[in-house]
Design a protein around this ligand. Structure first.
Ligand code: PMP
Length: 342
């Protein structure tokens, strides 16, 4: 499998209108399922108090998340999605370079610019994985933050757990490392990292997660970061007063309570991803082995073929595309649009 990358990802902040009406919107790696009825009802009840301000600084939501994870509430900072929390991280740390892979989640180059952190992009290796050797070599005294994604966006590939542990052991403690686990719930439990053990060993580590993906609550903007000591305290100091809506607490409590139902949905998204990847590989498209709710379809020509078929995807400069998976009807449309391309 090779991932052809002609140019690094450019942040796409503007919507480009196209002539073909869009039939499926697969551009933002969303969860195809609407919120569970129990989550809807919890959020609706909470909205009855929407005339009231939420907590000045969030205490309840960090506590609910910390209890679920088995960590101290002092180690959890919440924010407006993983994006909001990552922005807090950069504002707290922002006087150095941001070292990360390219391509990656579009938010990182955008936020680095906003935070005034020069971006140091390290190309993915020929297998579409983050190149940990090159990233380790690129760390120097100017490095202010290192970002790793596991699974990675856009390829969905998963760094080997032992390789992540050696990477962390090789990074000096003065350099914070943000391990972005936005898609962790799609991983087989055997592939997940023991974040408590890692955090214990590495005071410079921050784990970033979100309720936007597996929990299907992207519109509510709930994310969090887990870390330790002075580092997490600096990030908490960037907390926006009254910035955590009361409804988000109700949504998280209800989502945790519905763990088994959500697990079924994640399993079905995973099955659909495997089915679609197999059928696209049979068409000659070298789709990397994704472990998230999207697939990366290497170009050239893929993004254009999808657009012509009315499928909105995240497009890359070399003609590659990333599509959200989970909806079988959309998967069939993707297959139909690409069959015969190679
Ligand atoms: N990290 C990664 C790797 C992502 O792909 C995304 C969303 N596409 C985010 C963070 C941000 O997610 P959110 O702000 O919705 O929580």
């Amino acid at each position: 499998m090779t991932v052809r990358l002609v140019e690094p990802t450019r942040p796409s902040r503007r919507f480009h209108a196209t002539a073909t009406p869009m039939v499926f919107d697969l551009g933002l790696s969303e969860n195809p399922f609407p919120p569970l009825p129990s989550v809807m009802s919890a959020v609706t009840s909470a909205l009855a108090q929407a005339n009231r301000y939420p907590e000045f600084l969030p205490e309840e939501l960090p506590r609910v998340i910390a209890d679920h994870l088995g960590v101290s509430p002092d180690d959890v900072v919440v924010g407006a999605g993983a994006t909001g929390v990552a922005m807090q991280v950069m504002r707290a740390l922002g006087d150095g370079e941001l070292l990360t892979s390219t391509p990656t989640f579009d938010g990182y180059p955008i936020m680095a610019e906003m935070a005034g952190m020069p971006l140091v992009p390290v190309p993915l290796d020929s297998g579409g994985d983050q190149d940990l050797t090159a990233m380790r070599r690129a760390v120097n005294r100017r490095t202010g933050l290192v970002v790793l994604c596991r699974p990675h966006n856009p390829t969905g590939t998963v760094l080997d757990a032992a390789a992540v542990r050696s990477f962390l052991a090789a990074i000096p403690h003065r350099v914070p490392v943000l391990l972005d686990e936005a898609y962790v719930e799609f991983l087989d439990p055997a592939d997940r990292l023991d974040i408590r053990a890692l955090l214990h060993r590495h005071p410079n580590l921050l784990i970033l997660r979100t309720f936007s993906k597996a929990y299907g609550l992207a519109g509510l903007r709930i994310g969090y970061c887990v870390g330790r000591g002075k580092l997490i305290e600096r990030i908490r100091n960037q907390q926006l007063p009254f910035g955590t809506p009361t409804a988000s607490i109700a949504a998280v409590r209800a989502a945790y309570a519905a763990g088994a139902e959500l697990r079924d949905r994640v399993d079905s998204i995973n099955r659909e991803r495997i089915r679609l990847r197999t059928s696209l590989r049979a068409c000659g498209i070298e789709v990397p082995d994704s472990h998230a709710n999207f697939l990366y379809l290497p170009g050239p020509g893929v993004a254009t073929a999808l657009r012509r078929a009315g499928i909105k995807a995240k497009a890359y400069p070399d003609g590659s595309a990333r599509i959200t998976v989970g909806d079988p009807a959309a998967g069939h449309a993707v297959h139909a649009a690409l069959v015969g391309l190679r």
